[in-house]
Design a protein around this ligand. Structure first.
Ligand SMILES: Cc1ncc(COP(=O)(O)O)c(C=O)c1O
Length: 387
């Protein structure tokens, strides 16, 4: 059980706003902000390199913390600037050839699809979108058939940016493992709001961000790459942290996931990310998911009772993202008016999830995304404002 009172006490932002934009960036707990600001103050006092050395243990903590979160080893973790950079570093490391098939899902995120399109254009690889069932989920039968025909990569978004559904990541993983096809999971919206264990899911690579449901600092993210695969993936960019210049005409790439990092990094952010992960683990991801899912279901129920509002979430297992439309009022206008009433929401436009929103013939959606520190009262306020 989550102690909501305590969660709110430890989240200064709760006193100022009804924050239902956790899928954009959640409110950080004070412990995260204090750690980030504390390190910046240390840099101010003694110098950036010296502060990094003095706080080496706190900086390093990000790796075992993320490893505990994901159920992997610390050497399988790279800390990067955001989910997209992590995802790209893994994706662009593949050497695709003409006709190579990359399988993805209808709910895939725009940045990932743009990268797929660019690489397809450059290499002649082919993008195949797995058929979608009546719940908006990828058909596992269709995926199994496609895997039998051979594929170079399966790229799936666990929780989409624009929908409350949770894709069947582990069922997909069982199929990719059996077929021996590498599996890249975008867990940007799932990490921090539900348990994500790379062993249970069976993915080979996973990218996520700090600022969303993990409640970490902006400009932080991470990439998991399984030790099964890492030495076969050559990062698209290298520097003297990712590799060592061993002779005038030679270099050696480091053997662990940090080959996907760069030497310069945001040390305060990295410390804050580790604190955020430990903080989430302190609550427990099962407890967080239970609270988030219950709040989100309660919100969907309330929204269905508001005249003119239509809930747009699909899926069987659902999460803390709630999407809806309001008859006759564009999503951006709904968000603006809610914002004026002290309620933060966001908009999921067509171009963030074109495969899915176009297939469903939907306009831009309003997205209200809850976290465990939100209250029933805040959900009532949202619905009152909508009425
Ligand atoms: C599903 C999904 N993947 C990836 C991203 C990109 O994350 P980042 O902005 O940290 O690169 C987002 C951001 O909204 C997202 O919703």
């Amino acid at each position: 059980m989550i102690d909501v009172e305590r969660a709110r006490r430890e989240t200064p932002g709760c006193a100022h706003v009804a924050h239902l934009n956790n899928a954009g960036a959640a409110l950080p707990p004070a412990a995260v902000t204090d750690a980030v600001v504390g390190h910046l103050r240390l840099e101010e006092r003694i110098g950036g390199y010296e502060a990094a050395a003095a706080a080496a243990a706190e900086v390093e903590n990000a790796y075992p913390a993320i490893a505990r979160l994901l159920g992997c080893a610390p050497h399988e973790v790279a800390v990067v600037e955001n989910a997209t950079r992590g995802w790209d570093m893994a994706f662009y490391a593949f050497d695709f050839h003409p006709g190579d098939r990359i399988l993805t899902v209808r709910t895939e995120y725009a940045s990932n699809v743009i990268a797929l399109l660019q690489v397809a254009r450059r290499t002649g690889a082919v993008i195949e979108v797995i058929e979608t069932d009546e719940h908006g989920l990828p058909s596992l039968d269709h995926l199994a058939g496609e895997l039998e025909r051979g594929a170079a990569l399966v790229a799936v978004t666990h929780v989409p940016t624009h929908s409350g559904l949770v894709n069947p990541a582990a069922e997909i993983g069982a199929l990719t493992r059996a077929a021996g096809v590498p599996y890249l999971l975008d867990a940007c919206q799932s990490v921090g709001q539900l348990p994500v264990d790379v062993g249970e899911i069976g993915c080979d690579m996973l990218a996520a961000t700090g600022r969303k449901f993990l409640r970490g600092p902006r400009g932080t993210g991470f990439l998991y790459v399984s030790e099964r695969l890492v030495e076969r993936l050559e990062p698209p960019f290298l520097d003297l942290h990712a590799a060592t210049w061993t002779a005038p005409d030679a270099y050696e790439i480091r053997p662990d996931a940090r080959r996907f990092e760069t030497w310069e990094t945001n040390y305060a952010g990295k410390i804050g990310l580790g604190v955020a992960v430990d903080y989430a683990l302190g609550w427990g991801l099962d407890a967080i998911e239970a609270r988030v899912t219950a709040l989100a279901e309660g919100l969907r129920e309330r929204l269905r009772a508001v005249p003119g509002v239509t809930v747009r979430d699909e899926g069987k297992r659902r999460c803390g993202i709630v999407t809806f439309t309001v008859d006759g009022v564009p999503a951006t206008e709904v968000r603006r008016r809610l914002g004026a009433a002290g309620i933060n929401t966001s908009v999921s436009p067509m171009e963030y999830a074109r495969f899915d929103l176009a297939a469903r013939r939907l306009p831009d959606l309003v997205r209200a995304s809850v976290h465990y520190y939100n209250t029933e009262d805040e959900l009532d306020r949202l619905c009152a404002a909508l009425r």
